[in-house]
Design a protein. Structure first.
Length: 624
C-alpha cells in the first residue's frame, strides 16, 4: 500500500464517513492486478477466465482519458452519470472540462477495485470535489435517492469502456435504472403540469358521490384465494378472449376501462371495471353502455361524467393525495390503492387487495404488438376509425402512436423482440419490481417481464367453483349496502369543514400576494451592485413572517400544495424556471425561485377558493 491511501481515505471520510468506513473494511480482490506504465502511472487489470482485461491503457492512461473525454460533448449539461470509476483517470479529465455548478454521479461495481485506486493514486482532488458523488454497487433505491432533487433536463450518460468490458451486464442494468428513474421524473412533472388543477376540480365535482358511496376497502380480503384475471387493452387481448369467457365463473374478472367495451361485445360481463384517469375521454368508455352487473371501481379524481354514464353498481377508492385526506377523515377510509402510472397497475393491485391469487395478466402487452397501440375494438381504436379520412387513415394514427416517443426494443413474449417506448418501460419496470409469486403473465404477446412467471392462457385450466364468483360478489355488495354511514351527517360535517377552510383561505391569500411582491423586490435588490442591507433584512423578515402564517393553516396549505405541484417540483428537482436563469448569481437564482414558488402558491390559493365553493355547492344542493 502506498502513502496515498490514508490521505485519500481522510478526504473521503470528510465527504462520506459511512462510505469511508465501508471501503476501509474491504479486502483485496485476487482478480485485480496493478501494473505501472513507463511513466509510473498505475493501471489495474481484471482476470476474467484466462483473459487479463486492462481497465485503462497500459501505456498512457492519462492520454487515453483525454482522448475519450474529447469525444464527449461536455457543454450544457447539468448532470453527468458515469458508469465505472476504475482508477479514475477519465473522471479527472471530465472534471477539468466541466463548470463548477455541474453534478457528476459515479457508480462503481467493485468496491475492492475502488479501494485499490485509493491505494495506488492521489485522488484527493476527485474525492474532495463538491461536484462528485460516488456510489459503490448501490441498490436501486439509493440511486433514486441520489438523483432526487438533481436537475435532469440536460443529463449525459458516460460509460467507461474499460469498466464496461468487465461488467457489461451490470452497467447496462444500472444505465436502464437511471434512465427509468429520470424518465419517470419527467413524466411526473409533465403529468403535474397537465393535471394538477383537473384532479382538484374533479374531486370537487365528485364530492357528493364520494361522501355517499361505498368504499372498495369493504371488499378487501373478502375474495381470498379466488383466482383473478386482469384484462388490459393491449393489442394481443383478442387472443385471450376465449380464455376470459371460459373462466368468468371461475375467476374474478377485473378489466381496465379501456377494455370494457371489448368484453361486452363478446358478451363477457367483467365483475369489476376500474377507472382512474381524470380526462373526459375516459368517461366515454361507458357512453351508451346498458345496465350492467359489473361493479365500477373509480378513483375520486375521475371525470364526473364517469358516474353519470356508468349504469350499474359502483364503489370508490381512497384519495391518493395526502393533501386531500381531510375529506377521507370525515367520509371514512374508502380503500388505499397503489398507483404505478397505468390503470392496469391499479387493476392488479385491486386483485391482490381483494385477496385474489393467482392473478393472471391478459392484454398487458406494454408494446406496439403488430404495430398497434391498442386492441381492436377498444374505445380508443373506435375513435381512430371515426377520425380517419383519405388523408389520415388508421395506419397513420397508429404510426403517430409509435413515433410519439423514441422507440425502445425489448425481448418479446412470443416475438423475438417488440417495440415499446420509455413511458411503457416505466409500467414494465413496475410489474417486474413486484416480486409477487401470485403474479402470472398470461398475455399472448408483447414485452417479456423479467422475473415474472409467463404461462400461455391456452394452457391454464381453472377449477370449477361450487358457487359462481358473481354470486359471491353479489352477496358481499348486498351486505355492504346495509352497513353504510348516514350520508346526511357526513355531508353536514364536510360543509362545516369547508366553511372553516374558506375562512382560513381568505386570511392566507392576501399574505401570499404580499409574498410575491416582496420576493420581486428581493430580486431587484440582489441584482443591484450596491445592496441596501437594511432593506434586504426587512424583506427577509417579512417573508419569514408570511412563511410562519402559512404553516399555521395546515389543511389549506396542504390543499394549495396539491394544485401547485408543478412549481414545487420545479424548485425541489432543480429545474430552471426559464432560459433567463442562465448566468445569474446564486443569490438572484434563489430569489427568483422564491418568487416562482410564491406565485404558484398564490394562484393555487385563488383556485382552491373556487374549488371549496364548488364543493359546498355540490353538497349544499342535497343538504338544504
Amino acid at each position: 500500500m502506498t502513502g496515498h491511501y490514508e490521505k485519500n481515505l481522510a478526504v473521503l471520510r470528510n465527504r462520506d464517513a459511512e462510505m469511508a468506513s465501508h471501503v476501509d473494511r474491504l479486502h483485496d480482490d485476487p482478480l485485480i492486478e496493478v501494473v505501472e506504465t513507463k511513466e509510473g502511472a498505475p493501471v489495474p487489470s481484471m482476470l476474467l477466465g484466462e483473459k487479463k482485461n486492462f481497465l485503462h491503457s497500459r501505456f498512457d492512461p492519462e492520454k487515453e482519458a483525454e482522448r475519450f473525454m474529447g469525444e464527449i460533448n461536455t457543454a450544457d449539461h447539468d448532470l453527468y452519470i458515469v458508469m465505472g470509476f476504475a482508477f479514475g483517470y477519465h473522471v479527472e479529465s471530465l472534471l477539468k472540462r466541466i463548470s463548477r455548478d455541474v453534478i457528476v454521479l459515479i457508480i462503481e461495481k467493485n468496491g475492492s477495485l475502488f479501494r485499490k485506486a485509493l491505494e495506488q493514486r492521489d485522488l484527493a482532488g476527485v474525492l474532495g470535489d463538491s461536484r462528485v458523488m460516488i456510489l459503490l454497487d448501490p441498490p436501486e433505491d439509493v440511486i433514486a435517492d441520489r438523483l432526487k432533487g438533481k436537475a435532469s433536463k440536460n443529463v449525459s450518460f458516460i460509460t467507461h469502456r474499460g469498466s464496461h468490458q468487465v461488467y457489461s451486464g451490470y452497467y447496462g442494468t444500472v444505465l436502464e435504472i437511471c434512465r427509468s428513474y429520470l424518465s419517470t421524473k419527467e413524466v411526473n412533472i409533465a403529468t403535474l403540469a397537465k393535471f394538477e388543477k383537473l384532479w382538484s376540480s374533479n374531486i370537487a365535482r365528485n364530492i357528493q358521490y364520494y361522501a355517499d358511496n361505498r368504499g372498495v376497502q369493504s371488499l378487501y380480503g373478502k375474495l381470498q384465494g379466488i383466482p383473478a384475471i386482469v384484462v388490459a387493452a393491449g393489442p394481443s387481448l383478442m387472443e385471450s378472449l376465449d380464455f376470459i369467457e371460459r373462466n368468468r365463473d371461475r375467476a374474478v374478472i377485473i378489466c381496465v376501462d379501456t377494455a370494457y367495451r371489448i368484453l361486452l361485445k363478446r358478451n363477457i360481463v367483467p365483475h369489476f371495471c376500474i377507472a382512474v384517469d381524470p380526462q373526459v375521454i375516459n368517461a366515454r368508455y361507458f357512453e351508451g353502455v346498458p345496465l350492467t352487473d359489473t361493479v365500477l371501481v373509480a378513483d375520486p379524481m375521475v371525470h364526473p361524467s364517469v358516474f353519470h354514464l356508468f349504469r350499474g353498481r359502483s364503489m370508490t377508492t381512497g384519495l391518493v393525495f395526502d393533501m386531500m385526506k381531510w375529506i377521507e377523515r370525515i367520509c371514512g377510509d374508502k380503500g388505499e390503492m397503489t398507483h404505478g402510472g397505468s390503470v392496469s397497475t391499479n387493476a392488479f393491485d385491486l386483485a391482490r387487495r381483494l385477496g385474489c391469487s393467482p392473478v393472471y395478466l391478459t392484454g398487458q402487452d406494454l408494446a406496439f404488438t403488430g404495430g398497434l397501440a391498442h386492441a381492436r375494438g377498444s374505445y380508443l381504436d373506435e375513435q381512430i376509425h371515426l377520425r380517419t379520412s383519405r388523408v389520415n387513415n388508421s395506419l397513420m394514427f397508429n404510426r403517430y402512436q409509435l413515433t410519439a416517443l423514441p422507440p425502445v426494443y425489448v425481448k418479446g413474449i412470443r416475438s423475438e423482440k417488440v417495440r415499446t417506448n420509455q413511458k411503457m418501460m416505466i409500467f414494465l419496470a413496475w410489474f417486474q419490481k413486484r416480486k409477487d409469486e401470485a403474479l402470472v403473465n398470461a398475455t399472448c404477446d408483447g414485452a417479456f417481464m423479467t422475473g415474472i412467471r409467463h404461462v400461455s392462457c391456452h394452457d391454464i385450466n381453472l377449477e370449477k367453483r361450487d358457487i359462481p364468483v358473481s354470486s359471491v360478489i353479489d352477496g358481499l355488495m348486498a351486505s355492504i349496502r346495509e352497513s353504510m354511514k348516514d350520508a346526511a351527517t357526513v355531508r353536514k360535517r364536510l360543509i362545516d369543514r369547508i366553511n372553516a377552510m374558506l375562512r382560513d383561505l381568505d386570511t392566507l391569500i392576501p399574505h401570499l400576494e404580499k409574498a410575491v411582491g416582496f420576493s420581486g423586490k428581493l430580486i431587484d435588490l440582489l441584482s443591484q451592485a450596491g445592496q441596501d442591507q437594511g432593506k434586504l433584512d426587512y424583506i427577509l423578515r417579512k417573508l419569514s413572517e408570511i412563511d410562519r402564517t402559512i404553516e399555521t393553516k395546515k389543511e389549506v396549505k396542504d390543499m394549495i400544495s396539491l394544485t401547485s405541484q408543478r412549481a414545487i417540483h420545479t424548485i425541489s428537482e432543480g429545474y430552471d424556471i426559464d432560459a433567463s436563469d442562465a448566468g445569474l448569481s446564486s443569490e438572484v437564482l434563489v430569489a427568483r425561485r422564491s418568487r416562482f414558488l410564491y406565485s404558484g402558491l398564490y394562484e393555487a390559493g385563488l383556485f382552491n377558493r373556487k374549488i371549496l365553493m364548488k364543493m359546498r355547492t355540490m353538497l349544499g344542493e342535497e343538504a338544504s
